[in-house]
Design a protein around this ligand. Structure first.
Ligand code: AMP
Length: 593
């Protein structure tokens, strides 16, 4: 068969039917066939409609099903995210519990062994003036709110917003006035009445907030009271012990107390004996005080244990113990020393823990160990002083030294430059000297004489710049520091807070400039970013652009170190502590290289 003839183009059935219908419609005859055709058409239309309905139903059902599947999928994703967060939180909780388990109560081994447990605070004779006592809880809370003081604890003593309300002896008021200290600072408003009431206390306040006075005055008043009851003879005392983590901090506290006791004696009050017990000072100096009644000892942990062991004095009559920079003390490994010191106490004492930063782990630990403690917090623990203008700059490692010179032009002296590294401290000092600047340096490897000379020269204004390692200068109070330069950003945000806290003290504004670069860990940068945001400071674009892997989780910062850019499971401070511990264990087990 010829192919062309055989070709019949395909016409779909529907079209063929329609063509047939048209022919039928145009022809007059054969109505029966026409009727039949119309019936078929109706039937097909019905079928078509039915089919369409069915399809529509299926489509709707499918969307519903699909929607349900989508919801289910999203829920699964959320659940997965939640369980990751939950898991992270649980891990964090476990970690904190483990940490708490590792920490024993901050009481002496003797007390632990005999199960002695005190339930009541020490009785005190001091009370706030009547008009203050009669203020309602709401009125007291209003005062606290005004000064941004928050408290926790049972029967918190009332805040006293004036020194006159604290019933201080006139020579002390005169002394304070002479130092231009006329109104108590927030930590003093709540801390002094709390300590005067005999209460155990955890005082949290930013550096430069006047916490030294808040724990020194109660020690002095208690000593005066005891001396008034029964004068102390040679070999008796002390009544109060203040322990500081560094020699410089101890000396500074000692000098403040000494000045106040001198003012009291000049004002006709009994002369109180105050002893400084730190390494590197002459025994001769100490003997003079030890030959009389001893009222207050200010010490570093190692030296006070030495003195107690040698029975140069005892703590049988000691009623007041203050640990300044308590968190530091525990961080620096003085925990056993503190416990050891406590074993020398023979009766109940009033215990005060003071610090600028107080991570939750240590707060819990301290709260377990104190009697009806009052927690006094001025601003968030670990937050920076709002009187400091914080500038963070990206400076390449090799450009730092030259840029430092430029930075030093920002303000008049005195200026402190911080670096973590002892060699770097020496290098910076050498460079500045070479450039004709009056610079001194302190770090852990300098002798006591060198350190004391540097501090004296800098404090007196003979030297303009002090280059220091963070640890060596911890807690030192230098008046009116104009500018703090962090040549290297400290790894732990708490150290940053302490370092920049050397400026902006006593309500004055200061500047802190911090150099960061690619050597700065991202974790540290994140902590810094959040700290700047919290203190409403300018966040440089390179910090603002930094993405936070934990963003959106909320929370009030790392419970271990207070940093806002990470949690306990990636806390650099905790990692460091664990690394140290592992190294120690390795060493104890004879491991090593
Ligand atoms: P601190 O936080 O104890 O290291 O004190 C920081 C500085 O603030 C010290 O130089 C104190 O003399 C000073 N200071 C303490 N209390 C007050 C106050 N109520 N008013 C003004 N300055 C104060």
């Amino acid at each position: 068969m010829d192919e062309e003839e055989a070709y019949v183009p395909y016409v779909p059935l529907q079209q063929r039917r329609e063509a047939r219908f048209k022919t039928l419609a145009s022809s007059s005859g054969n109505t029966k066939e026409k009727q039949q055709f119309e019936d078929i058409q109706d039937l097909e239309k019905e079928r078509e409609d039915e089919l369409n309905k069915k399809r529509e139903k299926q489509r709707r059902e499918r969307t519903l099903l699909d929607g349900a599947a989508e919801v289910k999928r999203r829920k699964m994703e959320e659940d997965a995210l939640k369980s990751v967060l939950q898991l992270r939180m649980e891990e964090e909780e476990k970690l904190l519990k483990e940490l708490a388990g590792q920490q024993r109560k901050l009481v002496s081994d003797a007390e632990l062994a005999t199960g002695v447990e005190y339930r009541d605070s020490l009785p005190a004779t001091w009370t706030a003036p009547r008009y203050i006592r009669e203020k309602t809880d709401e009125e007291q809370e209003k005062i606290r709110e005004k000064y941004h003081i928050s408290t926790e604890g049972e029967d918190v003593p009332p805040p006293c917003p004036d020194f006159q309300d604290m019933k201080l002896p006139p020579p002390i008021l005169k002394y304070l006035k002479g130092k231009k200290i006329v109104k108590p600072s927030p930590i003093q408003i709540q801390g002094i009445p709390t300590a005067f009431s005999g209460r155990d206390m955890i005082g949290i306040a930013f550096t430069g907030s006047g916490k030294t006075l808040a724990f020194s005055l109660p020690a002095i008043m208690l000593a005066l009271e005891e001396e008034g009851k029964m004068p102390l003879m040679k070999g008796e005392g002390p009544v109060g012990l203040i322990v500081c983590p560094s020699r410089e901090l101890a000396r500074q506290t000692y000098e403040g107390i000494l000045d106040m006791t001198k003012a009291l004696a000049e004002g006709g009050y009994p002369q109180l004996g105050v002893l400084l017990t730190i390494g590197g000072i002459s025994m001769q100096e100490q003997n003079d005080v030890l030959n009389k009644g001893l009222h207050i000892v200010v010490a570093t942990p190692g030296r006070v244990i030495d003195m107690l062991t040698k029975k140069r004095f005892g703590l049988e009559g000691c009623k007041y113990l203050c640990l300044d920079e308590a968190d530091r003390m525990i961080d620096m490994g003085f925990e056993e020393d503190v416990r050891n010191i406590m074993s020398f106490f023979k009766a109940q004492r009033q215990t005060l823990l003071f610090s600028a930063t107080m991570p939750k782990t240590i707060q819990n630990f301290a709260q377990q160990s104190l009697i009806r403690p009052v927690l006094v917090n001025v601003g968030r623990a670990g937050a920076t002083n709002l009187d400091i203008i914080q500038v963070v700059e990206y400076v390449k490692q090799e450009a730092k030294m030259v840029y430092l010179l430029e930075c030093l032009q920002k303000t008049p002296p005195p200026v402190i430059v911080f670096s973590d590294n002892k060699n770097e401290v020496d290098d910076i000092q050498e460079y500045l000297l070479l450039k004709g600047l009056q610079a001194v340096a302190i770090h852990g490897s300098k002798t006591q004489e060198e350190r004391e000379y540097a501090i004296k020269a800098f404090k007196s204004g003979a030297k303009d710049v002090m280059v220091a390692s963070g640890v060596a200068s911890k807690g030192l109070d230098f008046n009116e520091i104009q500018h703090v330069i962090n040549y290297t950003m400290p790894k732990e945000i708490e150290d940053y807070v302490h370092q920049i806290g050397r400026t902006g003290r006593s309500g004055k504004t200061g500047i802190a400039t911090t150099f960061v670069n690619m050597n700065t860990q991202e974790q540290t940068l994140l902590d810094l970013k959040y700290l700047l945001m919290e203190a409403k400071q300018r966040t440089p674009p390179f910090l603002a652009a930094l993405e936070d892997p934990n963003a959106g989780q909320g929370g009030s910062g790392c419970p271990v170190c207070g940093g806002l850019g990470h949690g306990a499971n990636n806390c650099p401070k905790l990692e460091d502590a664990q690394r140290r511990k592992a190294a120690e264990q390795n060493r104890d087990q004879g491991g090593g290289f």
